[in-house]
Design a protein around this ligand. Structure first.
Ligand code: ADP
Ligand code: MG
Length: 233
């Protein structure tokens, strides 16, 4: 589903340059649930933004579902983003003046669906995340965990091949974090490919594979049951 080879990225600030990704190689198969773990500043968000076509690498290659992602104009990039990718953020990024239902329905507007179908589909995704009764409420009437569920429903509404989540539990308490990760596990169980960026080992343990990033390099890439087995030795 995702294949990246020798990816490099630097940020230029005046005459200075900060080399953030220093030759990243990895692949993610269809249906995987992978976490990208590393301390703050290790380059996790930079990598996820490149995978999400929100930013471009300086060199290296990226193939998404067989499509080489390189030098695309913004119209094509936006179309691919809408077709392939769903995003979940730490800060939820819901639109405050829209109801939960309208937030979930928004990506479907950009897909050109008629209003009735948009509302039906949005409602079915709100049901899926357990928030059917909250459809008419606005984000400020919802708890943090409920807001993230709405954001997950919105990310799913366009039926993307891959979900990209950047610190999805970063603004949530421990119990709510686990509940949100359980929802992410359920969505993965249905076959959807999911990448979760986190700096929290407990959250990474709730995925199936942990890719450890340090100073812009992958220092290990482990199946979670192996990690557990090692911890039990
Ligand atoms: P993480 O998500 O792991 O905390 P980031 O990918 O956000 O790491 O950042 C990696 C490094 O790149 C940090 O040193 C950060 O300050 C820097 N950085 C991130 N985004 C930018 C940017 N747009 N311009 C300049 N430097 C940036
Ligand atoms: Mg980050």
């Amino acid at each position: 589903m995702i294949e990246i080879k020798d990816l490099h990225k630097s940020y230029k600030m005046g005459s200075n340059s900060l080399h953030v990704l220093k030759g990243i190689n990895f692949s993610v198969g269809e249906g995987e649930l992978v976490s990208i773990m590393g301390s703050s500043g290790s380059g996790k968000s930079t990598l996820l933004n490149i995978l999400g076509m929100l930013d471009e690498a300086d060199s290296g290659s990226y193939t998404l579902d067989g499509v080489p992602i390189k030098n695309l104009n913004e119209t094509i990039a936006a179309r691919y983003r809408n077709k392939f990718l769903g995003f979940i953020f730490q800060s939820f990024n819901l639109i405050s003046y829209k109801t939960a239902l309208d937030n979930v329905a928004l990506p479907l507007y950009y897909q050109g669906l008629k209003r009735g179908e948009r509302m039906d589909r949005a409602m079915s995704y709100l049901e899926k995340v357990g928030l059917a009764n909250w459809a008419k409420h606005h984000p400020n009437e919802l708890s943090g965990g409920q807001k993230q569920r709405v954001a997950i429903a919105r990310a799913l509404a366009s039926d993307p091949k891959v979900l990209l989540a950047d610190e999805p539990t970063g603004a949530l308490d421990t119990k709510t974090s686990y509940e949100v990760m359980e929802l992410i596990q359920e969505i993965n169980d249905e076959g959807r490919t999911i990448l979760v960026v986190t700096h929290e080992p407990d959250i990474a343990q709730m995925t199936k594979r942990i890719v450890n990033l340090k100073d812009g390099r992958i220092i290990n890439d482990t199946k979670v049951d192996q990690v557990k087995a090692m911890a039990n030795v």
